[in-house]
Design a protein around this ligand. Structure first.
Ligand SMILES: Cc1ncc(C[n+]2csc(CCOP(=O)(O)OP(=O)(O)O)c2C)c(N)n1
Length: 348
């Protein structure tokens, strides 16, 4: 498996000296956001096994540094499209954990009014345009949004997130072609967490260096250590700038490891325990905590305090979701489509 051992020449990662250049409050914010995603996902897994959440549910455990890194590089005018493994992205975009958890519970107070669930989180106000359950489904839509930005002469770019397995889907290749032909302001973010369900990158892709897969379309690609929040943010900032000012679409491959199974119900029997333990030992959150401690950016007791605050925040989200009302049966088809659909209620 090449995950965790990305091509050194192509992989950027940060060091102690990089930390000294950053304001301490910024670094503390990054840690807090990563911890929020970690705790949110752990509680989500628990809520699923308690049958408070139904349907499909995929967690971002192990991908927290990538998420915070890329989202911190974006601006409010940018738009985000993701696959179904998106809880962390919408939290990092600034949406409260309460309405996100309520959506997973299928409640009326959820970000998609409980009609979407885990795979279809959405907030137009935050320019967060989903959450898609069809592998690769988000990609042509993201390219369309990038086209609209350019056509309307608006500022901003589109971030199009996907998994490693998605790079074998035809729609991605068609989208890359159009993105470069029209010189659209878009960054394609590949989360290389090692697996598309149970299939390794090497078994699924003839070119396992995924960041190179845009070469047929003359699209620049880079690989970054996705467990390194600063390296990921820096790479994303550069590529964002290129997309906006030069109309150069690009690919960013962030390498990490999926700490749990594909979805919450997958026992992941296809991986051996030794590999899982080895990869978990390089936990992005712990790695960042050690760096912060080594460069004396936080006071003793700070981690425990943040831990407590985040736990309380996520508990409040769970309480909000638990006490929120279900959608009314008569309303179940409301908000499903932008325009009226004939006999929608009759299909109940
Ligand atoms: C078009 C389509 N084919 C198959 C599936 C079933 N499926 C769901 S997730 C998945 C694997 C995708 O893996 P990857 O792109 O690496 O994303 P990750 O789950 O690692 O985030 C597959 C095959 C689907 N949802 N849509």
């Amino acid at each position: 498996m090449s995950v965790g051992q990305p091509d050194e020449r192509a992989t950027a990662s940060s060091h102690h000296r990089d930390l000294h250049r950053e304001p301490p409050d910024v670094l503390q914010r990054y840690y807090r956001q990563m911890l929020t995603i970690r705790r949110f996902e752990e509680r989500t897994g628990e809520m699923y096994t308690r049958a408070n959440i139904g349907g499909y549910c995929h967690l971002n455990l192990g991908e927290e540094a990538t998420i915070v890194g890329v989202m911190e590089a974006l601006r409010p005018e940018d738009y985000i499209f993701t696959n179904y493994r998106e809880h962390g992205y919408i939290l990092a975009r600034g949406v409260d954990p309460g309405p996100v958890m309520a959506e997973l519970f299928g409640k009326e107070t959820g970000v998609s009014r409980g009609r979407g669930g885990s795979m279809h989180l959405f907030s137009a106000e935050h320019h967060f345009l989903g959450g898609y359950g069809i592998v690769g489904g988000e990609i042509p839509l993201a390219v369309g949004a990038a086209f609209a930005l350019k056509y309307q002469g608006r500022a901003g770019i589109v971030l199009c997130q996907m998994g490693d397995g998605t790079t074998n889907i035809g729609a991605w290749h068609e989208s890359l072609n159009l993105a470069r032909l029209y010189r659209l302001p878009i960054v394609f973010l590949i989360i290389n967490n090692g697996f598309g369900m149970s299939t390794t990158v090497e078994k699924g892709s003839a070119e396992p260096d995924l960041f190179k897969k845009g070469c047929a379309y003359r699209i620049h690609g880079e690989r970054v250590d996705g467990r390194d929040v600063l390296a990921t943010r820096n790479a994303m900032q550069r590529l964002r700038e290129r997309a906006e000012t030069e109309g150069e679409p690009s690919i960013l491959e962030a390498v990490s490891y999926r700490f749990r199974g594909h979805s919450v119900v997958d026992p992941a029997k296809y991986r051996n325990e030794e590999e899982v333990q080895r990869e978990r030992a390089d936990d992005p959150l712990q790695r960042f905590a050690h760096l912060l401690q080594e460069v004396h950016i936080v006071e003793p007791g700070w981690f425990a305090q943040v831990e407590e605050e985040v736990d309380q925040e996520i508990q409040a989200a769970v309480d909000f979701a638990t006490t929120s009302p279900d959608p009314k049966i008569d309303d179940l088809f409301t908000y499903m489509y932008a325009t009226p659909v004939a006999n929608a209620a009759g299909r109940r």
